[in-house]
Design a binder for this molecule. Structure first.
Ligand code: NAP
Length: 486
């Protein structure tokens, strides 16, 4: 293992975590995890496949009855301990995250706190898994509803929030009484393995949390086809989400799908432009534009477009791009060379169709850095209108009426996050109701926290994470009808 300069070097793990043990792949094979800021190898990680995944599923299955039989308070206590130990190790966890993913260290520390908040929240919610007593259908019957854990859950997560996307799933699953087999993204497995180390330290019982990385298709194939696995919760691209949904159809698993987005950011004529700039900078450039809720299309009323663009260019030029470990950096590198090339293709396409490029601050040398930029004169024919950019590119479109803005915003198969700015109460209500999205930011660019339901409609997915709704995805509803009471 490379020395990552951690206060607690034992947080860096390269083996799979199965049934409470750290194990190598049966083949002995490993894969490398690289630092996108400079290409350096950070670690070798066990390259697991079908056999190791099967073992992990069996371990989760064996552990599930005893875990579900614990009192909610006992499960809550362990989750609370996990929250505490995660926050106690916030700086090390943030460092691992920045090194493998690229985001600035302060942003990474923010992600650790954000991820830990889900654990704290569901530690509390574990004690509020209530049933119901229904009105009797006939005089001699009584009907009661109880909610029980789904069983073994498979959790597959992406690289853009290597910590929080996993805690947002592990926490409600464990609170509900499920056990889990997790497969983190191959670019960023180290943050997930560090979470397993902390689960181990606080005494979460053997087999309750398992983590395997390696052969993506083999692991995914086993997780989606095993009849033991009762649920799949997936966060990632819409294409992979659809494929995994198909793979799960043979065993009809419960599904939660947190998929891609194409967020519109509407600035009405009456908007507070300075507030809108603050919101758009946060929602566009956070994580170098690599979040599913990132602004993808800026839609500005034609009467305020010039004033808005001037402010946007000034704010973009103030950004600092660099190695996420350096002080004062706003944007790190993109996660991979492939990601950078994809963003360049979006810009080339827009320019070939008439967009004007306003380049922002320069970047250091390094193959994964992508220069922040604004595209004006953007049109619906460009790929930036219909596809998720996932990079620091801000295309500006214009509109002349509310109806046009809402139609443009909804003109996509995605429906995850959306944002708009207006000071008119009636316009705010009407627009919020008309937007076909799971989440709407109204005069606000940061919409995600553990108390609010997170999720999309249309091809952005199904199910909700966070809030009290987040438990529903891991619980079955059972009715008990008592007869003979006359
Ligand atoms: P991705 O390519 O879909 O990968 C996501 C996860 O799926 C990774 O762990 C990946 O593993 C795994 N995977 C890929 N093919 C698989 C297969 N055949 N079987 C099993 N697992 C498979 O997405 P990404 O590029 O990492 O993430 C970016 C996407 O995630 C964007 O579209 C973004 O909008 C979306 N996202 C959505 C949310 C949300 O809450 N809605 C949050 C964050 C991100 P490997 O890494 O090993 O390929």
């Amino acid at each position: 293992m490379t020395d990552l300069n951690l206060s607690d070097p034992a947080l860096l793990r390269g083996q799979a975590y199965i049934d409470g043990k750290w194990v190598d792949a049966a083949s002995g094979e490993t894969f490398t995890v690289d630092n996108p800021a400079n290409g350096e190898v950070l670690a070798e990680v066990a390259y697991c496949g079908e056999a190791e995944t099967k073992t992990a599923i069996d371990a989760a299955n064996a552990a599930q009855p005893a875990w579900a039989a614990k009192t909610p308070k006992e499960r809550a206590k362990l989750l609370r301990d996990l929250f505490n130990i995660m926050m106690a190790n916030q700086q090390d966890l943030a460092r691992i995250l920045t090194l493998e993913q690229g985001k600035p260290l302060t942003e990474a520390a923010g992600e650790i706190a954000y991820g830990a908040n889900y654990i704290e929240w569901f530690a509390e919610e574990a004690k509020r898994i209530h049933g119901e007593v229904l009105a009797p259908p006939t005089g001699d019957k009584r009907v009661v509803v109880i909610r029980q854990p789904v069983g073994v859950a498979a959790l597959i997560t992406p690289w853009n929030f290597p910590n929080a996307m996993l805690t947002r799933k592990i926490a409600p699953a464990l609170a509900a009484g499920c056990t889990v087999v997790c497969k983190p993204a191959s670019e960023t497995p180290l943050s997930a393995l560090a979470i397993a180390e902390l689960c181990d330290r606080v005494g979460i019982p053997t087999g309750v949390v398992n983590i395997v990385c390696g052969n993506t298709r083999a692991i995914g194939g086993e997780l989606t086809s095993s009849p033991i696995v009762k649920k799949l919760s997936f966060t990632g691209s819409t294409g992979v989400g659809k494929m995994l949904t198909e793979q799960c159809s043979g065993t009809l698993k419960r599904l939660s799908m947190e998929l891609g987005g194409n967020a519109p950011f509407i600035i009405f004529e009456d908007a507070d432009l300075d507030l809108a700039i603050k919101g758009v900078m946060a929602s566009k450039f956070r994580n170098a534009g690599q979040t599913c809720v990132c602004t993808n299309r800026i839609l500005v009323h034609e009467n305020v477009k010039d004033a808005f663009v001037e402010k946007l260019l000034a704010a973009t030029n103030k950004l600092t791009v660099g190695n996420g470990l350096d002080e004062g950096v706003d944007l790190g590198p993109l996660v991979s060379v492939k990601a950078r090339k994809t963003v360049e293709e979006f810009v080339e396409d827009a320019v070939s169709k008439g967009a004007k490029v306003h380049e922002g601050p320069s970047t250091p040398n390094g193959e994964c850095y992508s220069r922040p930029l604004v595209l004006t004169d953007a049109t619906k024919e460009m790929r930036v209108f219909s596809e998720e950019i996932f990079g620091p590119v801000a295309p500006v479109f214009s509109f002349s009426t509310d109806e046009e803005a809402i139609a443009m915003a909804n003109d996509t198969e995605f429906g995850l996050a959306s944002y708009f700015y207006s000071n008119n109460v009636a316009r705010c209500w009407k627009t919020a109701e008309a937007l076909e999205y799971g989440m709407v930011g109204i005069n606000e660019g940061i919409i995600s926290n553990e108390m609010a339901p997170f999720g999309g409609v249309k091809e952005s997915g199904q199910g909700r994470e966070g809030s009290h709704h987040g438990l529903d995805d891991y619980l079955e509803v059972k009715s008990l009808t008592f007869g003979g009471l006359s």
